[in-house]
Write a protein that binds this ligand. Structure first.
Ligand code: PMP
Length: 284
């Protein structure tokens, strides 16, 4: 298996970056994860657009031109025979002697790509997952997809130690912001599909965006507003979205069952629609 590191395709086991890389020392970098199904990238353009936005917010230059990045992604997929899984890409500000401020002499941003194989995502969602709430102790720019993920790491670990798959982050007002690495949704007893509006408190998920379009096609009533943890526990259904989890139903929150504790029809239908979209491509 290969990784791409600053211009080279190298054996993944030997792939390394400099110890003074600002990503390593200061988490001064951004990343993207693009899902792959049946050899096809899911929403590639939107992911690369978001990478550009993250880079812009941190004033990091593109490491290579956009079309070149598209080529590198495909070449790595080809070399690794990636059919189902994900492409990870990371850009850090580059290598410079350690100082919090940007390097005064501009350095070349560092670009790293890896791939990961996984089981082909099925339309059937399986039994659903449990989530555990955790205080959202992150910063005020969660709209930037940076590699500074310690609060997310700690929340996810706490969830896993309690037997839950994902953490749901709760802000000071009691509202669920998002998951540690996913967006959060509920279906209320009144039949409304609810997810928090995007602002700097959450990452504008690409899966979230595409699912909004698909939900519109199904004429579901979508409301973008905050919801509390209590409202989620009292909801008819709940689910998470991300490039790697697609649409995954949540059947338990902090040990309390959601609805009847089984996967509900809305989450089931939305997952089917999303998997169909991933297989067909282009619906936005
Ligand atoms: N929120 C956070 C904090 C995430 O890390 C992710 C996954 N990268 C998401 C939401 C979901 O985003 P996407 O649908 O683009 O994978």
């Amino acid at each position: 298996r290969y990784a791409y590191v600053n211009g080279r395709y190298v054996d993944h086991r030997e792939a390394s970056v400099h110890i003074e890389d600002r990503g390593y020392q200061l988490a001064d970098g951004v990343y993207e994860v693009v899902g792959v199904r049946d050899g096809k990238l899911i929403d590639e353009k939107l992911h690369i657009d978001r990478l550009g936005r993250s880079l812009g917010e941190l004033r990091i230059d593109w490491p290579v031109a956009r079309p070149t990045l598209g080529f590198i992604i495909r070449e790595l997929m080809r070399r690794n025979r990636l059919r189902d899984g994900l492409v990870y890409m990371q850009v850090t500000r580059g290598v410079a002697r350690r100082d919090h401020a940007f390097p005064t002499k501009p350095v070349k941003p560092a670009l790293v790509l890896t791939t990961k194989n996984s089981k082909r995502a099925e339309p059937d969602p399986g039994p659903g997952i449990a989530v555990k709430s955790h205080p959202d102790i992150r910063w005020e720019r969660c709209d930037i997809k940076t590699v500074a993920l310690l609060p997310n790491v700690l929340a996810k670990q706490a969830a896993r130690e309690s037997g839950a798959y994902e953490a749901w982050l709760v802000d000071g007002k009691g509202n669920v912001t998002e998951g540690a690495s996913t967006n959060a949704w509920i279906v209320t007893k009144g039949g409304e599909l609810v997810t928090r509006a995007t602002d700097n408190a959450i990452l504008a998920g690409i899966t979230r965006h595409t699912l909004k379009v698909l939900a519109g096609d199904l004429q579901l009533k979508l409301v973008e507003r905050p919801f509390t943890l209590a409202e989620a526990k009292d909801a008819k259904e709940a689910f998470i979205t991300s490039a790697t989890s697609f649409v995954t139903p949540v059947v338990k929150i902090d040990g309390d069952t959601v609805g009847d504790g089984k996967v509900g029809p809305t989450a089931r239908r939305l997952r089917e629609e999303y998997v169909r979209f991933a297989a067909d491509g282009e619906a936005v």
